[in-house]
Ligand binder design. Structure first.
Ligand code: NAD
Length: 286
């Protein structure tokens, strides 16, 4: 029987979420997607109009099918948490049931259960500011959108995850090494995400036999990365200095996610898996 995956954090065909969806679909999984509410309209329209058809092609020539797209804002756990200005916001008022608990509830109603949960989202409003210039509000917003969002997703989806299931998030080496330019508390948010991966692996493993891992990915020219502003430099740096001197493709991260979600990885949990052409292992650039 095929597996069912819920992937949070897809709004176009350029990011890691899309590549993970493709690798999981190629391996036979049914794909459900959670898309950030403000990006939902354009994503669904583009999907419907065939704008992504070229990048929907799977290795066997068929097109990836997305069974359902759910609106999602992972900084809100339930309707009571949503402030009035957001409720009144046109882009949000056009959709409903997009808080984390409501999305999990909808997926349960629609499909009963899932096997794979992917968190491929992050947001840090002050990411371009050095940590020393980051406000409390900006720091907490980065942690809320990029770290607690994962705790919340797993908390609400775990009850509908089948035993043997797998949960995956995306992290970045700025959590453990100094990457100037990855500011606004985003380095802190990734450190929290990696630590939480271990604790959640214990709790979800004991509770539901669900595995929890995170992929520490190298640089990719996604929409989010372009907003940070130094992505081309990071890609050039990696090609110049990593053990494998090639540009990282999103598919390489997607394939790792498919492996981690599969029984081939049945003893891997609580791990940070590097998919970065080996750059993390270097001590100096050379
Ligand atoms: P992306 O732009 O494709 O994905 C980020 C997604 O997060 C977007 O679809 C955005 O709409 C969504 N999002 C933001 N706030 C949200 C919220 N409150 N609720 C729901 N969705 C929200 O970019 P990406 O680079 O593929 O990012 C995916 C993950 O990969 C992130 O965790 C990122 O930190 C991580 N990562 C990226 C790189 C890189 O170089 N691109 C490197 C390492 C790790």
């Amino acid at each position: 029987k095929g597996k069912r995956a819920f992937i949070a954090g897809i709004a176009d065909d350029n990011g890691y979420g899309w590549a993970i969806a493709k690798s999981l679909a190629a391996a036979g999984a049914e794909i459900l997607v959670g898309t950030w509410v403000p990006a939902l309209n354009i994503f669904e329209t583009s999907l419907r109009r065939g704008k992504f058809d070229e990048s929907r092609v799977l290795p066997d020539g068929s097109l990836m099918e997305i069974t359902k797209v759910y609106p999602l804002d992972a900084v809100f756990d339930s309707l009571e948490d949503v402030p009035e200005d957001i409720k009144a916001n046109k882009r949000y008022a056009g959709s409903s049931k997009w808080t984390v608990s409501e999305v999990a509830e909808s997926v349960k109603e629609d499909f009963g259960s899932i096997d794979i949960l992917v968190h491929s989202l992050a947001n840090g409003p002050e990411v371009t500011k050095p940590l020393l210039e980051t406000s409390r509000k900006g720091y907490l917003a980065a942690i809320s959108a990029s770290s607690y969002s994962y705790v919340s997703l797993l908390k609400h989806f775990l009850p509908i995850m089948n035993p043997g299931g797998s949960s995956i998030s995306l992290t970045y080496i700025a959590s453990e090494r100094i990457i100037p330019g990855y500011g606004g508390g985003m380095s802190s948010a990734k450190a929290a995400l990696e630590s939480d991966t271990r604790v959640l692996a214990f709790e979800a493993g004991r509770k539901k036999k669900v595995r929890v891992n995170t992929i520490s990915a190298g640089p990719l020219r996604s929409r989010a990365a372009k907003a940070i502003g130094f992505i081309d430099m990071m890609i050039d740096y990696s090609i110049a200095n990593a053990p494998l001197q090639k540009e990282l493709s999103a598919d390489e991260v997607g394939n790792t996610a498919a492996f981690l979600a599969s029984p081939l990885a049945s003893a891997i949990t609580g791990a940070v898996i590097y998919v970065d052409n080996g750059l993390n292992a270097m001590g100096v650039g050379i």
